[in-house]
Design a protein around this ligand. Structure first.
Ligand code: BES
Ligand code: MN
Ligand code: ZN
Length: 480
C-alpha cells in the first residue's frame, strides 16, 4: 500500500500526531500547543527521536520529537535523515498518521520540504516483502508535510521528493531481493515493466545475442550459470532538446559466488546485492522519466550470475571483449570489471559522450572508505567535479581516488592485453582497467561496494540495501 502524502500549512488537525524538530541545546518551542512544558528533557541530537503525549484542549496530543543536531550544522541532508528516523520511530510505535512540521531554518524552504518528503518516504522502507503478514512492522498510512505556507512551488517540492525517494526505495527492493527470485532475466523483466509504466524505451539482449555481439566479458562471466546473462539497455529521449548523450552504466551481478575462484562462505549471501549499481541506474532512470531532464540518457545494465560449474570461466582463461582488447581472467571473482568493460564499450558504441558507472566492484574500497564514502575514479577532472557536485547536492558522499598508469603493472598480463587481477591495491587496479575501455570519453566510476549495503541500520535506511547512487545520478541529470 502506498503512502498518502500531502502538503499543508496547518500544524494541528484532528488530533493527528505531530512531529516537531528540535535543535540540540535549544528549548522546545511550539506555539500551537499552549502547554508545552519546560520539564521535557530532549537532547536534540541528530536523528534522536522520542514520542511523548501532552495535554491539549482537554485531550492528549501525541508529539514526536525529532533531533536535528546543532543549528549551525543544519542543512537539507540533516533534515532528510531526521525525518526518516522520525517516520521509522512512528511506524515502530504503530502510528498511522504523522504531521511533520518543517523547521523554519535556512533560506531554501523548497529544498527543506523536498528533503522532508524524501525522508518520510525513505523512512517507510522495510525489507519485509517475504515476511508473513502478522509479523510485519507497522507502516504509516499518511504523512502531512507542514510548511509555513502551502503554494505551488512547495507542492512541486513534495512531488519531486516523492519521486526521488520512491525510486530509491525501488532500487533498494531490487538489491535486497534474493538471487533465486531475481536472476538476470527477472531483473530485465522488472526493468521492462518499469519502462512501460514510465514511457522509457528498453532493449534486452539475451545470452546468445550477447555472445554473438562479441561481448566476451559479459558472456564469459554469465555462461557458468543455468541463468543466462542479459544486457539491459534503457533509453530516455527528451523531445524538446537535442543535448549530449550521457550513459549511466550499473554492475548487475544478480549473484556473485566468485565463480571457480569461489568466495569463502562468510557473508556470501550479501552477494545477492552485487547488482546494486544496476538497480541504482534503473532507479535513477525511473525518476528521471518522471521528473524530466534536458539530457539524452542511456542506462546500461550488464546482468549475470557468477557461478562455478562445468561451463564456467576458469582462472587463466583469455577472453575477447567488445572493444577488441583481450583480458586474462586471473581471478574469476574479479568479474565486475569484465562485464563492465563490455558495457562501457557498448556505451561508446551507442555514441555516449559522457559516462558514469556505478558498481559494487571491490572489497578494497570498503577497506579504504568504509560504508560512508563511495570511491570516485575518473579520467576527466571537469567531469569528476561535476559528478562530485551532484553527489554533494544529493547528500551522498564520494571521495576521489586516482586513475593512474603508475599502477599499470597491476593490469599487465604476460599473455593478453590486460589481466583482471594484479594484487592488493585492487580498487585502483579495477578502475584503471575500466578506464582503458572508456578511453577518451569523459568517464567517472563510483565504487559503491561499501555504501550500497549496511550491516547496521541508519536513521534513513534499515540494514541491507541503501539505494546508494540513485540520488547522485538524478542530480547529475536533472540538477543545476
Ligand atoms: N562483488 C565483489 C566486491 C564486493 C565485496 C562487493 C564485498 C560488496 C562487498 C567483487 O566482484 C569481488 O569479488 N571483488 C574481489 C576482487 C578480487 C578477487 C580481485 C574483492 O574485492 O575481493
Ligand atoms: Mn567478485
Ligand atoms: Zn562482484
Amino acid at each position: 500500500m502506498s503512502l498518502h502524502l500531502e502538503l499543508a500549512s496547518q500544524p494541528l488537525k484532528d488530533g493527528e500526531p505531530v512531529a516537531l524538530c528540535v535543535f540540540k541545546g535549544e528549548r522546545i518551542s511550539f506555539s500551537a500547543l499552549a502547554t508545552f512544558g519546560d520539564e521535557i528533557e530532549f537532547g536534540g541530537e541528530e536523528s534522536e527521536t522520542e514520542l511523548i503525549s501532552v495535554a491539549s484542549n482537554g485531550r492528549l496530543q501525541r508529539v514526536l520529537l525529532i533531533g536535528l543536531g546543532r543549528r549551525e550544522e543544519f542543512d537539507a541532508h540533516v533534515l532528510r535523515r531526521a525525518v526518516a528516523a522520525g517516520v521509522r520511530c512512528a511506524s515502530a510505535n504503530r502510528l498511522d498518521a504523522l504531521r511533520v512540521i518543517v523547521p523554519e531554518a535556512g533560506r531554501d524552504l523548497s529544498a527543506l520540504v523536498q528533503a522532508a518528503t524524501e525522508g518520510a518516504v525513505l523512512g517507510q522502507y522495510e525489507n519485509d516483502v517475504h515476511r508473513q503478514k502478522a509479523e510485519k512492522k507497522g507502516r504509516l498510512e499518511r504523512v502531512v508535510v507542514v510548511a509555513p505556507f502551502a503554494d505551488e512551488m512547495l507542492e512541486r517540492a513534495v512531488v519531486r521528493g516523492r519521486i526521488v525517494a520512491e525510486a530509491t526505495n525501488w532500487a533498494r527492493s531490487l538489491a535486497d531481493e534474493p538471487s533465486n527470485l531475481l536472476p538476470p532475466r527477472e531483473l530485465a523483466q522488472r526493468a521492462a515493466q518499469m519502462c512501460v509504466e514510465r514511457g522509457l524505451a528498453i532493449e534486452i539482449l539475451t545470452g546468445a545475442e550477447i555472445e554473438a555481439h562479441g561481448m566476451g566479458g559479459l558472456w564469459a562471466v554469465g555462461k557458468g550459470s543455468a541463468e543466462p546473462p542479459a544486457l539491459i539497455v534503457v533509453r530516455y529521449e527528451p523531445t524538446a532538446t537535442a543535448d549530449e548523450l550521457w550513459a549511466f552504466v550499473g554492475k548487475g551481478m544478480t549473484f556473485d559466488t566468485g565463480g571457480i575462484s569461489i568466495k569463502p562462505w562468510q557473508g556470501m549471501e550479501e552477494m545477492k546485492a552485487d547488482m546494486a549499481g544496476g538497480a541504482a541506474v534503473l532507479g535513477a532512470m525511473r525518476a528521471i522519466a518522471e521528473l524530466g531532464s534536458p539530457r539524452r540518457l542511456i542506462g546500461i545494465v550488464p546482468a549475470a550470475e557468477n557461478m562455478p560449474s562445468g561451463s564456467a570461466l576458469k582462472p587463466g582463461d583469455v577472453i575477447k571483449t567488445l572493444a577488441g582488447f583481450t583480458i586474462e581472467a586471473v581471478d574469476t571473482d574479479a568479474e565486475g570489471r569484465l562485464i563492465l568493460s563490455d558495457a562501457i564499450a557498448y556505451a561508446r558504441q551507442c555514441g555516449a559522450q559522457r559516462i558514469v558507472d556505478l558498481a559494487t566492484l571491490t572489497g578494497s574500497i570498503i577497506v579504504a572508505l568504509g560504508d560512508v564514502h563511495a570511491g570516485l575514479f575518473s579520467n576527466d577532472d571537469a567531469w569528476a567535479a561535476q559528478v562530485c557536485r551532484a553527489a554533494e547536492r544529493a547528500g551522498e558522499s564520494v571521495w576521489r581516488m586516482p586513475v593512474s598508469d603508475d599502477y599499470k603493472k597491476l593490469i599487465e598480463s604476460d599473455i593478453a592485453d590486460f589481466k583482471n587481477y594484479g594484487g592488493r591495491p585492487d580498487a585502483t587496479a579495477a578502475a584503471l582497467l575500466l578506464s582503458k575501455f572508456a578511453a577518451d570519453v569523459p568517464w567517472a566510476h563510483l565504487d559503491i561496494a561499501g555504501t550500497a549495503w549496511l550491516d547496521e541500520e541508519r536513521p534513513d535506511s534499515p540494514k541491507g540495501a541503501t539505494g546508494a547512487g540513485v540520488r547522485t545520478l538524478i542530480e547529475l541529470a536533472c540538477g543545476s
